[in-house]
Ligand binder design. Sequence first.
Ligand code: NAD
Length: 352
Amino acid sequence: MSHDFVYTANPARILFGPGSLTRIADEVRLLGCPRALVLSTHSRREDALRLNAQLGELGAGVFSGAVMHTPVHVTEQAMAAFEDAAADCVVALGGGSTIGLGKAIAYRNDAPQLVVATTYAGSEVTPILGQTENGLKSTVKGAAILPEVVIYDPELTLGLPVTTSVTSGLNAMAHAVEGLYAKDRNPLTGLMAMEGLRSLKQALPSIVERPQDLQARSDALYGAWLCGTVLGSVGMALHHKLCHTLGGSFDLPHAETHAILLPHTAAYNAEAAAEVLAPAASLFGGELGGGLHDFAGSLGAPLALEALGLRESDLDEAADLAASNPYWNPRPIERDAIRELLQRAWSGDRPR
Ligand code: NAD
């Protein structure tokens, strides 16, 4: 790593540890906003209602309509709920979908956000919002989008299903791998990326064996925080662009798509970014792409895009889309090589 860099840190207040959710009311008071609208997905509504009750007079009610990819029509319903409840801040309880909704509200009315993060996707520490309207996904960035306070309470992740834990953990690892070779990387993001990778590599096999292992859950969430912080600090490249394309154009699920593509995108960039990827490669047995593929397989993660419902006949279009918008990547974006990468990822073959 050359010592020639610019580093801009995102402001963050992080409360980490088992039981840290009990401190939420104090945090809402510290933010100076006494009416919090609690957000969740439909399936986590009961948890959101309990949290609203725990907030006592600070709880302004629950909106449990959050869904993946932050559709604008859902945000409009949530904005109406925010106004009806005379709320002045949001508490997002959940993963990237719920956090995205909180960000979308804050983007529109600058409401302070408190996030209780319960997956490993990392959105809670980034100033980035992806939203969809009429089937098109667009991304916006800005200070109002970055949540003010994040609570990481590993106890809340004990019930995250093992399959979701695995794909979400691999999603987090993808932020770290791309952070290692990011054009605007710096020594601190490199340290966070490696510590995040080590933590998740250690934690995920234990979670598969013992989903209720609080130490493993804590290690995974700690790794997710670090990987998410890397995502929020530096620019991403091929891997995230490819996942964005497949998610947006072919409606593939977020974490699973990241999990399947990561070994292949890492292999694509392995030679061009060999020096900066060396510590990660040695963590995975010397060969990053193949090592990540074997690791994901050992955890029972999906390995083939075919299993997500992508048709083989879509691969040409996916490769065209991925190569059509030029962006920086350690290795140039070569359309035919991307097509080959997609074929292997579609079949679930080990990357070359
Ligand atoms: P998610 O938020 O959709 O959660 C997946 C499912 O797990 C949901 O049904 C949710 O209710 C459930 N769930 C969450 N926590 C749980 C828990 N502890 N126990 C049991 N069930 C739980 O999935 P995700 O992968 O966290 O987020 C994906 C979304 O986030 C995508 O829309 C993606 O684009 C976005 N995202 C954005 C950023 C960013 O920086 N802007 C970063 C990562 C992801």
